[in-house]
Write a protein that binds this ligand. Structure first.
Ligand code: ZN
Length: 257
């Protein structure tokens, strides 16, 4: 036993403690980790369950919605009995029931360009697990300016993608992929999504986050992983830094040191 972990924790984490790349030092790093997950939906449900199960000590959770019946097809943190409850409350309860050693901090709000810096400041790694394009851009820009590592995933129908943006390493930023400002939210009917595909991508977010907390390199800091569930394929593509990028480029004015 080590560093104040209880025998119960030793047993709970035993199958990852025997991993050479985890062990007690790694478990301490996970316990000291502070991870913010933006969105308690399909992606966030899978990511949060595995982060809590692995023993990440402090989980932040941002969501401004209540649980609806149409969420249950993919948002596995929430149950039928949770309908109408705030998602952050339902999620906190599910995570604490799984692992009471995790402290779960909740933010019952919608992120905007104005409130992103204050919310992300206390965390080491931020997961974009949202479903709303303008919010994604506001979060990505805020994380870049605050120097926070962002693990960004998105899903639609049978496919998804994942990337890691690490301002400290000067990797390509979100706006390198998306130089034009985001269009206003068009509204309209929601996009279709297979729940299990959100689960796949949320699990991959958890894997990358755990690696980052353990101090292991993420190959996705300079690449984009795309999953095609219909063809049962993963593809990895290089991401390039755009010299004229409005956020991290020479003229952006917001370069991270
Ligand atoms: Zn950029």
């Amino acid at each position: 036993m080590d560093s104040g972990f209880s025998p119960e924790e030793g047993l709970r984490y035993s199958r990852q403690l025997i991993l050479e790349k985890v062990g007690w030092p790694g478990q301490e790093r996970l316990r000291a980790g502070r991870v913010l997950v933006v969105g308690a939906g399909g992606l966030g449900s899978a990511a949060l369950f595995y982060l809590a199960a692995a023993g990440v000590g402090h989980l932040g959770l941002v969501d401004g919605d209540a649980v609806e019946l149409s969420n249950l097809q993919r948002q596995i943190l929430h149950r039928l009995a949770d309908l109408g409850r705030r998602k952050v409350d339902s999620a906190r309860e599910a995570l604490t029931r799984l692992n009471p050693h995790c402290r779960v901090e909740t933010f019952d709000l919608r992120l905007t360009a104005e409130n992103v810096p204050g919310v992300v400041r206390g965390f080491d790694v931020v997961l974009d697990a949202g479903d709303n394009f303008p919010t994604r851009v506001a979060l990505a820009e805020g994380c870049w300016r605050e120097g926070k590592i962002l693990v960004s995933a998105a899903v639609q129908d049978f496919s998804g993608h994942l990337m890691v943006i690490d301002p400290g390493r000067g990797t390509p930023c979100y706006r390198c992929l998306l130089p034009e400002p985001p269009p206003p939210d068009p509204g309209g009917p929601p996009l279709g999504i297979l729940g299990a595909v959100a689960g796949v991508m949320g699990c991959l977010q958890a894997v990358e986050t755990i690696k980052l907390l353990l101090g292991l390199p993420s190959d996705l800091a300079t690449r984009l992983l795309a999953y095609d569930g219909l063809r049962s394929r993963f593809q990895v593509m290089d991401r390039l830094k755009t010299p004229e990028c409005p956020l991290c480029g020479a003229s952006g004015g917001n370069r991270q040191p």
